[in-house]
Design a protein around this ligand. Structure first.
Ligand code: ADP
Length: 248
């Protein structure tokens, strides 16, 4: 059923000064699944991700989200439709606390004016909702820490919390486990699993054991094109995939 597909691309590609970073990618992401985009270095994962979130304009092809052609839309408009990318917020809101960061994200979602939320009742409600999210991502004990004080893994958890505050229908995660130790990886894997309960997730991720344990479907890119697709069992046994990784 076509409605099963929340996000799809057809012939999506991007060149940089004559160099083809992404060739012609056909991608279909099923609603309610965790879908991973993997591939050796230089395969075009980041470029593809930036095309999907509209941070880069494609050189060719189209992107359809929930039946709407979003190929020429701005990132903010795409986010309003429910397709939201998780951001590295530490650089921007690093000196605000965990609670403040999540509160700001919630306000953004509600479009509240600053005057409006100054009323005590509204502020209480906002704090309560923010704390719910903070608990969900396991940061309750860190609510008054500034983002810069958090460990790398907890920063990413905070980023996921601020993304969840927007209650997106689909979340795009760019290497959610990059640079993390085992403990953070385990904690954030659980977090992503929980976040996926009522939404779709597409992630670019290098850590193959995370990909294996979290993903329903995996698309393997190599040299800007789709090399293989399927569950981990299938793609990890595909000789073309093995060769692409070894030859990379
Ligand atoms: P991956 O994320 O899979 O490692 P990228 O999408 O970052 O791959 O890059 C794919 C290819 O496109 C690489 O060869 C890279 O050097 C090239 N590339 C990416 N972005 C640019 C850019 N802005 N200008 C020129 N070449 C780029």
């Amino acid at each position: 059923m076509a409605d099963d597909i929340i996000l799809s691309t057809r012939g999506l590609g991007r060149d940089f000064k004559g160099f083809t970073a992404v060739g012609e990618v056909d991608l279909k992401v099923k609603r309610g699944t965790i879908h991973a985009l993997i591939g050796p270095n230089g395969a075009g994962k980041t470029t593809c991700f930036n095309l999907l979130t509209k941070f880069l304009q494609p050189s060719r092809g189209s992107i359809v989200y929930n039946g709407r052609d979003i190929t020429n839309m701005k990132p903010a408009d795409v986010a309003r439709l429910g397709l939201v990318r998780s951001f590295q917020i530490s650089a921007v809101f690093g000196h605000l606390t965990v609670l403040e960061n999540v509160r700001i994200a919630l306000q953004r979602k509600r479009g509240d004016s600053f005057d409006f939320w100054r009323s005590e009742r509204v502020l209480d409600q906002l704090n309560g909702d923010a704390m719910n999210l903070i608990e969900q991502v396991g940061l309750a004990n860190f609510r008054n820490h500034t983002a810069v004080e958090l460990s790398y893994g907890r920063k990413r958890a905070l980023e996921i919390a601020t993304t969840l505050a927007l209650d997106p229908e689909m979340m795009l995660l760019d290497e959610p486990m990059a640079g993390m130790g085992h403990e953070d990886v385990d904690r954030n894997s659980d977090l992503i699993r929980r976040a996926a309960k009522n939404r779709t997730i597409l992630m670019v991720e290098h850590n193959l054991s995370v990909v294996a344990s979290l993903s329903d479907t995996i698309t393997v890119l190599a040299r800007g094109n789709v090399l293989a697709e399927g569950n981990y069992e299938t793609v990890s046994k595909d000789p073309r995939v093995v060769e692409a990784y070894i030859g990379a």
